[in-house]
Design a protein around this ligand. Structure first.
Ligand code: NAI
Length: 281
């Protein structure tokens, strides 16, 4: 018995890195997997069928069921075709993992509009478009489903040189929270993973030089599997972070705050004077 027996899962950006590990694990757990990947470089230029085709073949060679998809998540047509691939091949959609991603790092003062637009398009717009297309299909099937988004420590806490990427990933957090609320009545859970793993996106970062096999995509895939499975049927709107052997969560907290003693409108000076009480958790 696999955790995903009989389920149909779409995983975007599954031609390499974390998405590939998720696709292989989901297939081992019994899912029929649409392996989507545009097949470009890590900055999003170019495209090729090879990456998605190879992972789909790997799954089939191991006895699983898979269909490749070479469409971009970043256009409405692409998102619709990704969902259509699942419906044509396997008849339905039970799980969507929004994992596709690119990076175009530059500090804020040097970032041009093209770098901003490309990164927002793949991560934030792509997650919106695929979520909407898949959720419509899930609702048409009568409801029920799992959506797993991919955010990042960059989006949750910020990171030097990644204004575009951090904004996109923070946007995915807001989208996850709102989709979780809106889709609850349809029994569709919406959660996110925040991974740290050595892949082509991150391998040149100093922290990965000495990481060896301690921070791999294989460490991340079970977190996505948990969120995609019925083990997570009663959990929605969470961000599950995984870095090697460490599993933790991110959440936005609201301080209890402080009411102005005499009521009414705060002055800027009063805010400064009571800052410590306002921010106390
Ligand atoms: P990766 O580069 O190996 O995987 C991303 C995949 O998305 C690639 O195979 C790429 O071809 C595909 N892709 C890019 N644009 C696409 C598009 N428009 N349509 C369809 N597919 C497209 O990198 P990695 O690290 O596996 O990244 C997976 C996800 O995890 C990304 O969303 C990334 O931002 C996120 N992430 C990764 C972290 C890490 O430490 N590796 C940290 C935090 C988040």
């Amino acid at each position: 018995m696999g955790l995903l027996d009989g389920k149909v899962a779409i995983i975007t950006g599954a031609g390499g890195g974390i998405g590939r590990e998720e696709a292989l694990l989901f297939a081992r757990e019994g899912a029929k997997v649409v392996v989507n990947d545009l097949g470009g470089t890590r900055d999003g230029s170019g495209s090729s069928d090879a990456m998605a085709a190879q992972v789909a073949e790997e799954i089939k060679a191991a006895g699983g069921q898979a269909a490749p998809s070479f469409h971009s998540v970043a256009t409405p047509e692409g998102a619709a075709k990704i969902v259509k691939t699942a419906v044509d091949a396997f008849g339905r959609v039970d799980i969507l993992v929004n994992n596709a991603g690119i990076v175009r790092d530059k500090t804020l003062l040097k970032m041009d509009e093209g770098m901003w637009d490309a990164v927002i398009a793949v991560h934030l717009k792509g997650t919106f478009l695929c979520t909407q297309a898949a959720a419509k299909q899930m609702v048409a099937q009568g409801g029920g489903g799992r959506i797993v988004n991919t955010t990042s420590v960059s989006g949750m806490l910020g990171n030097f040189g990644q204004a575009n990427y951090a904004a996109a990933k923070a946007g995915i957090y807001g989208l996850t929270r709102t989709a979780a609320i809106e889709l609850q009545k349809q029994r569709i859970t919406v959660n996110a993973v925040a991974p740290i793993a050595k892949t082509r996106l991150t391998e040149d970062l100093p922290m990965f030089q000495s990481a060896g096999d301690t921070l791999t995509p294989a460490h991340v895939a079970p977190a996505a599997l948990f969120l995609a499975s019925d083990l997570c049927a009663d959990k929605t709107g969470n961000v599950l972070a995984v870095a090697g052997a460490q599993m933790y969560i991110y959440k936005v907290v609201q301080s209890p705050g402080k009411f102005k003693d005499e009521g009414g409108v705060w002055t800027a000076q009063e805010i400064a004077d009571h800052w410590d009480a306002i921010i106390k958790l």
